[in-house]
Design a protein around this ligand. Structure first.
Ligand SMILES: C[S@@+](CC[C@H](N)C(=O)[O-])C[C@H]1O[C@@H](n2cnc3c(N)ncnc32)[C@H](O)[C@@H]1O
Length: 245
């Protein structure tokens, strides 16, 4: 592992994994995204990382980002509600920033399948964003994004779950709560984050009547401009584990 690999792991991921047994473990990174947690697991000495995403562009960028560790990485394009891994085959599961892009039915299906592939004594790390404070300006931008995606696809793009709710969900599936820690407080919503969220509205607008789509895009773009950046909300890390038997 070179210094560059280590430095490319965000502090949030390092903090979330710092007290978890990663070295020598078979890991599943659920929702590979841009590869932050995958890079963290590899840097922390995972024996093997299965990085699963349903987005082919994300899969390609994670393969490229982590190409120096190709011997320990398997990037899988698939649906986490039907993860193509055997029952009881994973020692540590991470879901770093995944749950906020799952609506409640998808969350339920993903949580059940993550539990299926987990081995006895498996560890689980769920990192996500708490619901935003009522006065958060970015909440308006996310509401426009959700309106556009609900109208275009029938489901919202973003749902911010309280840590306690995810804890109860996994508890009901047999996981035991281990600890909760704060990763970011406040969360820095930068100009580039906000533009990326506005871009989701632009994509959704392509599937809507022109006048409606244009109005939503205009509203999103005005919000990006007026907000600029905002520091609000909290990102948390939950750790749980399965019984040994
Ligand atoms: C916000 S990103 C997560 C960031 C990532 N964990 C990291 O550390 O960089 C969410 C990821 O979950 C994937 N995803 C969402 N729903 C999924 C599902 N049902 N099955 C597989 N991947 C899914 C998205 O395609 C995306 O790659």
């Amino acid at each position: 592992m070179g210094r560059d690999d280590q430095s490319s792991v965000p502090e949030t991921v390092e903090t979330a994994l710092a007290d978890r047994p990663v070295e020598g473990r078979v890991c599943l990174e659920a929702g590979a995204g841009v590869g932050n947690a995958t890079a963290g697991l590899l840097a922390a000495g995972a024996e093997r990382v299965y990085a699963v995403t349903d987005d082919p562009e994300h899969a390609a960028s994670v393969r490229e980002r982590c190409r120096d560790h190709a011997d320990r990485l398997v990037v899988i394009e698939g649906d986490l509600r039907r993860t193509p891994l055997p029952d009881g085959s994973v020692d540590l599961v991470t879901a770093h920033g995944l749950c906020n892009v799952l609506d409640p039915p998808a969350l339920e299906g993903v949580a059940a399948d993550l539990t299926r592939v987990a081995a006895p004594d498996c560890h689980l790390v769920v990192d996500d964003y708490a619901p935003l404070p009522e006065d958060a300006a970015v909440a308006d931008l996310f509401a426009v994004e959700n309106a556009a995606t609900e109208l275009a696809t029938g489901r919202p793009m973003l749902t911010f779950y309280p840590a306690s709710l995810l804890r109860y969900l996994f508890d009901g599936l047999g996981w035991t709560f281990d600890r909760e820690r704060t990763l970011l407080d406040p969360v820095p919503w930068t100009a580039s984050h906000l533009s990326a969220h506005a871009a989701v509205t632009v994509d959704a607008a392509d599937h809507l009547p022109v006048a409606l789509g244009d109005a939503l895009v205009e509203r999103a773009e005005r919000l990006v401009e007026s907000i600029g950046e905002e520091f609000t909300g909290r990102m948390y890390s939950l750790a749980m584990r399965l019984p040994e038997q």
